[in-house]
Design a protein around this ligand. Structure first.
Ligand SMILES: [Zn+2]
Length: 350
């Protein structure tokens, strides 16, 4: 409950209280702020004993896992290591950095194109001068994106960063990405920022001031009786609510309607932008995505929703057409002067 409220009379309503506040209905934690409550729980668990042993111990858990950074593909920073039969793995000397990718690359065959390149990987060992091989794996692109925002503050520098420039520009004001990035990439880049602060390349505790994870476009999934995924244009829908039914057009057999999922090729629950633009136009597609839900929430793509957005776009068009004759000859206003004007729909009473 909010701080200062009376636990005896405080009413829990339909709407959650989402600020920090103080604990209620939590026995020995009542009246404590969350941080103090964490402490109290940890203290109790570590001081109480069962059969002479503490019930628990205080420990910080990090969710950062080991990360395999090598990839067998062309697009990525080369890993600057050289393999020598006599000396083992030898780092590329600083004077030979950066290792550049070859431009004449062949993507036609499967496998790692760098490994197949006729000359790129053949080098001399920096230690003994004998024949050796370059590492042909490249780094996961998250390695670059975990710190490039620091590099961008002084891209002309010979060193990884100019700490003065980096400290002036960072932290980044707003990080925008999908929720899948919020778990891995966000942790990696925070880890990089800590490491770079320890090595003197940077002096920030956290690399990002704000995080915004935008929603995804989701769509129902459909499956034939034998388990095949079916695309929205392969089925015919009828009914509404609990009585909605789907039929596979090609076979006439009933299909099952599954959960809302992020659009993916494997589940075939995609609607191509070309189809949407073909049937409704690009304005409708844009309007539907912007109007259907706030940017942090998922947008459920439905034909009904798109049709609704299309009707709205047409209504605006009709309104402008009707007004056009009356405003002919009126000088246009600059956008900032016209801003307070809003287009409103007048509700008609029944
Ligand atoms: Zn060697």
């Amino acid at each position: 409950m909010p701080e200062g409220a009376d636990a005896a009379t405080f009413q829990i309503t339909e709407e959650a209280f989402t600020d920090d506040g103080v604990m209620i209905n939590s026995r020995f934690l009542d009246g404590l702020k969350p941080k103090a409550a964490f402490e109290e729980v940890a203290n109790r668990l570590s001081s109480e004993t069962i059969n002479g042993r503490p019930v628990g111990e205080r420990k910080v858990n990090f969710r950062l896992r080991d990360w395999g950074v090598s990839r067998q593909r062309y697009w990525g920073c080369p890993i600057p290591m050289i393999h020598c039969d006599d000396c083992g793995v030898v780092p590329v000397p600083k004077s030979d950095m950066p290792v550049k990718l070859p431009d004449d690359i062949d993507f036609e065959k499967p496998g790692n194109p760098l490994d197949r390149h006729p000359t790129w990987k053949h080098v001399k060992c920096p230690k003994c001068g004998g024949d050796a091989r370059r590492e042909t794996d490249t780094m996961d692109t998250f390695v670059d994106s975990s710190w490039y925002f620091a590099r961008f503050t002084a891209p002309w520098e010979n060193d990884p960063t100019d700490p003065k420039a980096a400290n002036e520009w960072l932290p980044v004001d707003q990080y925008i990405g999908g929720i899948e990035h919020a778990i891995l990439h966000l942790l990696y880049s925070r880890f990089f920022a800590r490491a770079m602060s320890a090595t003197g390349h940077l002096d920030v505790a956290e690399p990002f001031k704000g995080l915004f994870t935008q929603g995804m476009v989701v769509h129902e999934t459909y499956r034939a009786e034998d388990g095949r995924w079916l695309a929205p244009n392969e089925i015919e829908l009828s009914g509404s609510g609990d009585d909605r039914k789907a039929v596979e057009i090609a076979t006439g057999e009933p299909a099952s309607i599954g959960s809302l999922e992020k659009m993916s090729k494997s589940k075939k629950n995609t609607v191509s932008p070309e189809d949407i633009i073909e049937s409704f136009g690009a304005d409708t597609a844009r309007w539907f995505m912007l109007s259907d839900s706030p940017p942090e929430r998922d947008v459920e793509w439905t034909d009904d929703g798109a049709t609704g957005a299309h009707r709205f776009v047409q209504r605006v068009w009709r309104l402008v057409s009707e007004v056009a004759d009356h405003v002919r000859g009126v000088a246009p206003k600059a956008a900032h002067e016209a801003l307070p004007l809003r287009l409103r729909r007048r509700r008609t009473r029944p």
